[in-house]
Design a protein around this ligand. Structure first.
Ligand code: HEM
Length: 171
């Protein structure tokens, strides 16, 4: 499936984005991801990721997760990624369908990207417990798969893993 926000094939990648080239394109979970947290029942999910550009020094992204069994849509995120030119500092600007908006910042080391919450806000009626801190790692594995691991702190739990998933390129 083509990302609705995807770039025109002819648009050249802005040179600022070269260090993040490995992330671009569409990805789909190869086997279901594992959802965990001390306070919830473990669950399995599938997910499609879309990273695109339109020639600007910005990546556009969309993540759509589904229940692995019923295939029903679940968590969704979308936003933009920027890299501070000439540095390895990366920023994600994220909106989540749970009512959360967030800035995550971190460092790119080769094909390994580690981010954590810098700013977080939510709608007034967001479900509790509220997340207070998110740490996220993306890395390109030697076999060409992409891995995402998310840990979080909530109102009543210390840093614990919430998500682990690997993806294969779908385009
Ligand atoms: C950075 C992204 C995400 C954040 C910040 C987040 C945050 C949270 C929080 C705060 C909880 C409540 C934990 C508790 O009750 O103690 C939760 C639960 C849950 N999350 Fe996530 N989540 C994220 C991504 C996802 C994704 C991709 C899925 C995949 C389908 C998912 C599925 C669930 C499920 C099934 C539960 C338990 C039931 C529920 O409370 O709705 N989450 N999440």
């Amino acid at each position: 499936m083509e990302c609705p926000a995807s770039s025109a094939a002819s648009v050249e990648l802005n040179p600022v984005l070269h260090p993040l080239n490995w992330l671009l394109g569409n990805w789909e979970s190869d086997i279901p991801g594992e959802g965990t947290f001390p306070t919830i029942k473990p669950f399995r999910y599938t997910e499609k990721l879309y990273f695109s550009h339109v020639g600007q020094p910005v990546i556009n992204f969309m993540f759509n997760a589904f229940n692995a069994e019923s295939k029903k849509p679940m968590h969704r995120e979308c936003g933009f990624i920027r890299i501070q030119p000439g540095t390895n500092k990366v920023a994600f600007m994220i909106a989540q369908n749970s009512g959360l908006v967030e800035i995550e910042e971190g460092e790119l080391t080769g094909n390994h990207l580690k981010l954590q919450t810098e700013k977080l806000a939510r709608i007034s009626f967001a479900k509790e417990p509220h997340v207070q801190q998110i740490c996220r790692v993306f890395q390109l594995l030697p076999d060409g798969k992409l891995e995402q691991t998310v840990t979080m702190v909530t109102d009543n739990q210390p840093l614990s893993q919430h998500l682990h998933i690997t993806y294969r390129r779908s385009s």
